[in-house]
Design a protein around this ligand. Structure first.
Ligand code: 6PG
Length: 239
């Protein structure tokens, strides 16, 4: 079943997401002593990350990963790592060794292989406590883009691939590792996402056209946090 939570706007989405993250972090740390979270990139999560700075999270016990990364250096303006570092990670006491960066500056195949090894070493049972995901207007998520083989990857946990549509290489986690997560939180705001939300929720399963449909946790939960503008193409938002 798909959980959904409609919020008024992007600011309310950041507030609701922050509250859910605090709760999930607290319960994971109480249960295992650690909280393993994969951050999403793009612009939507920026307000959330800024809000998390002041939230009561035991950062010493948090391990931060990424769901995808642009193939650029970590100080590049397009880097998902740089956005999270500037807005959040440079402002909280997360240990340096707990920040597991996808290395966008190296050869994509090598970076993907290295990250998979890191996940197999540092992510118990390959299971994230939480994965944050965004949704593109074309229904992509992470860097699983329409028409790319990444959408159908069943073995590797991380791949580097050339995204024809963008004309760039991207690093991305794949459905096998994403769908092992205990919780997946989609953060979707803005009218430009309304068509994609409707397609992912209402169209028959067709991941080549609607990649976000591949997100189906094996035994975890998916929650969609959607603002009114992004939900505007749904008559009702009941799942
Ligand atoms: C990225 C993201 C990507 C993003 C969506 C939505 O690297 O860009 O991982 O999947 O979540 O494109 O991006 P916005 O939040 O900027 O709309």
């Amino acid at each position: 079943m798909r959980n959904w939570h409609s919020v008024t706007d992007a600011a309310a989405l950041a507030a609701e997401a922050a509250a859910q993250i605090v709760t999930l972090a607290r319960s994971a740390i109480a249960a295992t002593g650690r909280f393993h979270v994969a951050l999403s990139g793009g612009s939507t999560p920026r307000a959330l990350y800024a809000r998390l700075v002041a939230e009561p999270i035991d950062w010493a016990r948090v391990h931060v990963f990424w769901g995808d990364e642009r193939c650029v250096p970590p100080d590049h303006p397009d880097s998902n790592y740089r956005m999270a570092f500037d807005v959040l990670l440079s402002k909280v006491p997360v240990p340096v060794d707990n920040v597991h960066r996808l290395r966008g500056e190296v050869d994509p195949a090598q970076a993907a292989a290295d990250y998979e090894a890191e996940l197999r070493r540092d992510l118990p049972a390959g299971r994230f406590d939480l994965v944050l995901l965004g949704l593109g207007p074309d229904a992509h998520t992470a860097s699983l883009f329409p028409g790319t083989i990444a959408v159908h990857e069943q073995q590797r946990w991380v791949i580097g691939h050339f995204v024809q549509k963008l004309g760039v290489n991207r690093l991305t986690l794949t459905p096998p590792i994403l769908n092992r997560a205990a919780h997946i939180l989609f953060l979707v705001a803005g009218a430009d996402k309304a068509a994609a939300v409707r397609s992912v929720w209402r169209e028959p399963y067709d991941p080549d056209r609607f990649p976000a449909q591949v997100i189906k946790p094996i035994d975890g939960e998916v929650t969609w946090l959607i603002d009114r503008a992004a939900a505007s193409n749904l008559e009702d938002v009941a799942s």
